[in-house]
Design a protein around this ligand. Structure first.
Ligand SMILES: [Zn+2]
Length: 116
């Protein structure tokens, strides 16, 4: 039990404000919950929103698409003898076609510059 074990309700009774204390079981139940839970939950919900609602990765498109509805492609990049895989999300097939071409174009340009 913490210092704030006294919880009361104020109710209107015959046009008078009356204070009613709550039973100990209910008071203990209320204090099981953290008062700053709602504030932290908002942060978590915003992070989840950022994770699930993403911008189409076609650089010419600004659509926001849900991660499960998006068309996902995987591009394997080889850099410094290490292979890393990256997923790209698109809102539709035409965006996927252009986005995939654009990424390939940039990759070819990058390797051409490395070759000199
Ligand atoms: Zn798009």
């Amino acid at each position: 039990m913490n210092d704030f074990s006294f919880v009361a309700l104020f109710i209107m009774k015959q046009n008078k404000l009356t204070m009613v204390t709550l039973p100990n079981d209910i008071v203990e139940y209320i204090w099981q919950f953290s008062p700053d839970h709602r504030e932290k939950l908002n942060t978590v919900l915003e992070e989840l929103d950022d994770y699930f609602n993403i911008y189409c990765e076609n650089e010419m498109c600004e659509n926001i698409v849900h991660r499960k509805d998006a068309i996902c492609t995987t591009t394997v990049r080889i850099r410094d003898y290490r292979t890393n895989e990256r997923k790209y999300f698109y809102c539709c097939e035409s965006c996927m076609d252009y986005g995939t071409w654009s990424i390939g174009y940039d990759t070819r340009k990058y390797f051409r510059r490395l070759a000199g």
